[in-house]
Design a protein around this ligand. Structure first.
Ligand code: URA
Length: 257
């Protein structure tokens, strides 16, 4: 591994998903905090390819790659939780036989993670990843009814009567969709609609609009429960904060408030 001499990687001390490097090393069983400080000062520790000699350096355990003497350190017990702002033209799969771009090409996590549910190839926006199977299953279970908010852009103005029907629930594949929140977006000449649904059926939002004869030109997931893509550029990924993880676990019924 090549290393550059650097003392600051632009990490944010004090933010909720960071931890001091000496603490991280002790959590991983490498050394006591005092001994870890000695190793840091001696230039034996690198973070994301940069040697860290400054005591008090912080790391993001879910994201940063820490090496001691060139060997990667892993906090084996810590599950990983990420959110991506998915770009268009990426497939939600671990691997595509036809070599097309997948969301996995964009995830750079310390551990092998998988997407929670899926977004269509040309749907953009909030997509979660984890390596915590129980967490993923709980979120995807129909019982959890996690609200998912989408911004839909149609080829023509969506009629008021259709919005009313979408709000009440419509028949798709012999099943009724649950009541949805549906709001027209001001200034879009009726072509843009915000919709929040509580299920996650295959191509559900597209099919809901297509059933009334609309062509969905753009579909962007703006929120998954409390998680938004605010401040996250398209194609970028960030770790969920401990607060966000707790909120999702509460929503999924695997942690009490
Ligand atoms: N509904 C759809 O139609 N497509 C998605 O990608 C997500 C929800």
């Amino acid at each position: 591994m090549t290393t550059r001499k650097k003392t600051d990687a632009g990490l944010q001390p004090g933010s909720p998903d960071t931890v001091r490097l000496n603490r991280f090393l002790s959590m991983c069983g490498v050394a006591s905090r005092r001994k870890a400080d000695e190793m840091i000062a001696a230039g034996l520790v690198s973070v994301n390819g940069a040697i860290m000699t400054k005591l008090g350096t912080t790391v993001r355990p879910q994201r940063d790659r820490v090496f001691v003497n060139g060997k990667e350190v892993a906090h084996v017990d810590a599950p990983v939780y990420l959110v991506m702002n998915k770009p268009k033209d990426t497939i939600t799969t671990m691997h595509d036989e036809r070599g097309r771009a997948t969301v996995m090409d964009l995830v750079h996590a310390r551990k092998r993670v998988f997407p929670i549910g899926r977004l269509d190839r040309n749907t953009t926006g909030v997509l979660l990843f984890t390596n915590d199977g129980a967490f993923a299953n709980a979120l995807m279970h129909p019982r959890s009814e996690i609200p998912k908010a989408y911004l839909v852009t149609c080829d023509k103005a969506v009629e008021r009567e259709h919005m009313v029907q979408l709000r009440n629930g419509i028949r798709l594949d012999k099943k009724m969709t649950a009541p949805a929140d549906v709001v027209p977006i001001p200034g879009s000449r009726g072509k843009e609609v915000g919709i929040t649904i509580h299920e996650g059926w295959n191509r559900q939002v597209r099919r809901m609009f297509e059933s009334f004869g609309y062509d969905v030109r753009k579909l962007d997931r703006v929120a998954y429960g409390p998680i938004t893509k605010e401040g996250l550029p398209r194609g970028a990924t960030r770790p969920l904060t401990p607060r966000e993880i707790r909120q999702l676990k509460t929503l999924a019924g695997i942690e009490r408030e």
